[in-house]
Design a protein around this ligand. Structure first.
Ligand code: MRU
Length: 312
């Protein structure tokens, strides 16, 4: 199954807000619908956002206002703006060339995820690996196969995966809802943990490697990823466990010198005071909701891309 694709003149994507209860495909034929889907996280994850951005240019039909709205739909994952730019660079050549460029972004993601999976699995030592991960970095965050979870999938296919400990990933529960769903479909052993249990389980010696994705990697290696990644990096450093970022080259942003310049999306109070639409805090409670954090490069053991291994 492809998470996002171009089918008969429109964008088709899995509505991830409905998983794991229902797997529903959305058919999207306007930029306004696509921007709304991106903002409510029906489509999410940096590589999938890159493909959404590129395919959205086909829907925008050269309208600069629509292109700007699409580019800015979410600020942290550089892949969204990158994907828009990849397709928009061909606007002068006509709609066929724009579509071809957008489909190349999709196809490159398919190949990049296979390459990252193999490179990441080759890098890790050990036969029965216990891996910790946060958010969802699987096929749902890309086109077909994921980044950090793509490495997990390759390890599993090679018979080298003992277990995945998946953080539930409040507030929107991408780990609890999406990563568990994908691991179950893979037949990979896994247990779900509360976000706050991550650093303690690292300290208790229950993890051989932390594998995470990235939304933007600054030129110096500082990495923005789902909120909670930094706590895992600190815990991994203290426990002497490798902390590995897995992301395509398109997530590296040479125009952002360090993590300090990465814009971190704040998604507002509602997602914190409620869980899946049920209020859990007293009415009127104020909240703070940074969707991502930045892990400084010196806490990162390696960055695995589709082309290389970087040791920041
Ligand atoms: C391969 S996905 C890499 C990142 O995009 C992922 O770890 C993440 O933080 C996704 O956040 P989300 O808010 O669900 O889009």
């Amino acid at each position: 199954m492809r998470t996002i694709d171009w089918v008969d003149g429109a964008v088709e994507l899995v509505d991830q807000t409905l998983l794991p209860d229902k797997c529903v495909m959305l058919r999207i034929s306007t930029v306004a619908e696509l921007v709304a889907a991106i903002k409510r996280l029906a489509v999410r994850g940096a590589p999938a956002l890159g493909v959404a951005g590129a395919l959205g240019v086909v829907l925008a039909d050269g309208d600069p206002v629509l292109l700007a709205e699409l580019r800015a739909a979410r600020p942290t994952a550089v892949n969204l703006a990158w994907g828009v730019d990849q397709a928009a660079a061909h606007l002068d050549e006509g709609s066929e060339a724009v579509l071809a460029a957008a489909l190349r972004v999709r196809d490159d993601d398919l190949a990049a995820c296979v390459a990252m999976g193999e490179r990441g699995a080759d890098l890790l030592e050990g036969d029965r690996l216990r891996v910790m991960t946060v958010c969802n970095t699987g096929g749902l965050a890309a086109v077909e196969r994921g980044t950090a979870l793509g490495v997990v999938q390759t390890l599993h296919e090679r018979g080298r995966l003992a277990e995945v400990l998946a953080l539930e990933t409040r507030p929107l529960l991408q780990g609890a809802r999406l990563t568990t769903w994908e691991l179950a479909r893979m037949g990979a052993p896994h247990r779900l943990i509360a976000d706050s249990a991550g650093p303690y389980l690292l300290a208790r010696g229950e993890v051989d490697a932390v594998l995470i994705g990235a939304d933007r990697i600054a030129a110096n290696g500082d990495t923005a990823n789902k909120i909670g990644s930094y706590a895992l990096a600190l815990g991994a450093e203290r426990a002497g466990v490798p902390f590995i970022v897995v992301a395509p080259e398109s997530t590296i942003d040479a125009n952002t010198p360090t993590g300090d310049q990465i814009e971190i999306e704040d998604r507002g109070a509602d997602e914190i005071v409620s869980v899946r639409g049920v209020r859990v805090a007293p009415e009127g409670t104020r909240a703070l909701n940074p969707a991502f954090d930045v892990t400084p490069h010196d806490l990162i053991s390696a960055i695995v891309t589709d082309r290389r291994v970087i040791r920041p």
